[in-house]
Design a protein around this ligand. Structure first.
Ligand code: PLP
Length: 283
């Protein structure tokens, strides 16, 4: 073997044997072609956390910062044929689901996680866009609750999503606790009820409050409320940041706390792109 051949082989070996491979995070979610929400936000968030992003498209939506105008959903077959080669090739350390619009896609996603494992699965129960477009139908939401909630390390509804899932209206901390109890009784072990839509005035500053229920243990997370319309993709970004943190080995509580800080900074530094709700600045 020539010196060059030996050098080439050593390079290949050091590449194959390096211990700096980033953890792989997978998202199964909708494509927002304008880049603010869905899988584009997830990919950017995974990458910002030094994780390697893999993405399965559940639906191609038509939207920009002013609204969602429609969608063409994928089939279960398409979702399976996107996901299987990823799992056959990579070790997926953590995964999240976002917009899963149909029952067949939800059942297929559950089958994929049942087959390949779902230790660090974050389920973001995406129901409706800020602009009011329904991203899931009733039958699919029931299937999401029945199949994916029990598999999830964390379920992350915002207040309107928690209201729809729990079937109650939420206007106080007691309501949040009741909603979490109901969602946990549906099979979710741990629930983060996101308070972007539930801002409490402490007399001095407005606060954005999230409630994390790990079993019966409650952690209240609060940040100063940022008065802005630049919030497109906030829910996706938070769930993706939690997923990345779990992949990096943080425990659930640390993962959520770090993710809340990440999202707050991304809102604080948000872009002013577009004519509607501008996307966050994920980096
Ligand atoms: N589009 C897709 C594909 C999404 O996944 C989501 C939310 O998860 C949205 C739109 C809605 O985002 P927002 O309510 O921040 O506009």
């Amino acid at each position: 073997m020539t010196v060059f051949g030996l050098f080439g082989n050593l390079c290949k070996m050091s590449h194959r044997n390096n211990d700096i491979d980033p953890p792989v995070c997978l998202t199964i979610a909708g494509l927002d072609p304008s880049g603010g929400a869905g899988i584009v936000a997830d990919i950017k968030t995974f990458t910002a956390h030094d994780c390697f992003a893999a993405a399965v498209v559940s639906s191609v939506t038509f939207q920009n910062t002013t609204g969602v105008f429609g969608a063409v959903h994928q089939t279960a077959d398409s979702v399976r044929r996107q996901a299987e080669p990823i799992f056959e090739d990579y070790t997926v350390v953590a995964a999240k689901t976002g917009m899963l619009p149909t029952r067949e896609i939800i059942e297929e996603s559950a089958a994929i996680f049942r087959k390949w494992g779902s230790r660090n699965l974050v389920v973001d129960p995406v129901v409706r866009s800020t602009s009011g477009f329904d991203l899931i139908d009733d039958a699919a939401l029931k299937s999401l609750i029945d199949t994916l909630f029990p598999m999830a390390a964390l379920v992350t509804p915002n207040i309107p999503e928690a209201e729809r899932i729990a079937g109650i209206s939420i206007s106080s901390k007691e309501d949040v606790e009741l909603a979490a109890e109901k969602i946990q009784s549906m099979g979710a072990r741990n629930v983060l009820i996101k308070g972007g839509h539930f801002d409490v005035d402490d007399g001095v500053t407005k606060l954005a409050i999230d409630h994390l229920f790990e079993g019966s243990q409650l952690t209240v997370l609060q940040e100063n409320y940022i008065d802005t319309t630049a919030t497109h993709g906030t829910g996706c970004t938070l769930a993706a940041a939690i997923t990345a943190n779990l992949a990096l080995g943080l425990d659930l509580n640390e993962s959520v706390r770090e993710a809340k800080t990440f999202v707050t900074n991304a809102i604080r530094n948000a872009t002013s792109l577009g004519k509607g709700h501008s996307p966050l600045n994920i980096g």
